[in-house]
Design a protein around this ligand. Structure first.
Ligand SMILES: [Zn+2]
Length: 168
């Protein structure tokens, strides 16, 4: 009932599939005024997201559609389909949205120490610095050239010695 066949038939033909699937993912973490972030009611208490958590955990990203906070790093990596992050996909910090403000600070601290998070940080950094990869490959090319020159040098030495051997 929610799926209109007309919409899928006549639209999206010119759109990138991945961008159509994830239209709302930004380039930087969304850290709005905390009044935008829904409070959590626990019995007689109302728990709120604390503003300083944004400073303490700069990867926190409020996602209105998830109605909670996500890890911007893990979320970005998961949406880019980086292979090392299969585990991240089930994480509430990647997709579902985290909104349990009780012990939230502790949970945030725990999350940023997970292997999945650290891998996501590494993968995104590697992706942002293509020059490092370029440098590595140019270094490899340089080594290859040096090896070729060394080989040529050996070959000419062998030839020289062989010629010496022939002439004497
Ligand atoms: Zn993370």
């Amino acid at each position: 009932m929610f799926c209109s066949p007309l919409a899928s038939d006549h639209q999206d033909h010119h759109q990138d599939v991945s961008s159509a699937a994830e239209p709302s993912w930004p380039d930087v973490p969304n850290q709005p005024d905390i009044t935008c972030i829904p409070p959590q009611v626990l019995g007689s208490k109302t728990l709120r997201f604390q503003k300083q958590w944004f400073q303490e955990f700069p990867w926190l990203h409020f996602d209105a559609s998830a109605n909670g906070v996500l890890c911007f790093v893990c979320g970005s990596a998961a949406r880019q389909g980086l292979a090392t992050l299969a585990k991240c996909k089930k994480d509430s910090f990647s997709y579902d949205g985290f909104r349990n403000w009780k012990n939230a600070r502790e949970k945030f601290g725990k999350h940023q120490k997970t292997t999945a998070h650290q891998l996501a940080v590494n993968d995104l950094q590697a992706q942002k610095q293509p020059t490092v990869t370029a440098q590595i490959s140019s270094k490899a090319r340089c080594d290859q050239l040096l090896a070729q020159n060394a080989l040529l040098c050996i070959i000419s030495s062998v030839r020289y010695l062989a010629q010496q051997g022939v002439s004497e």
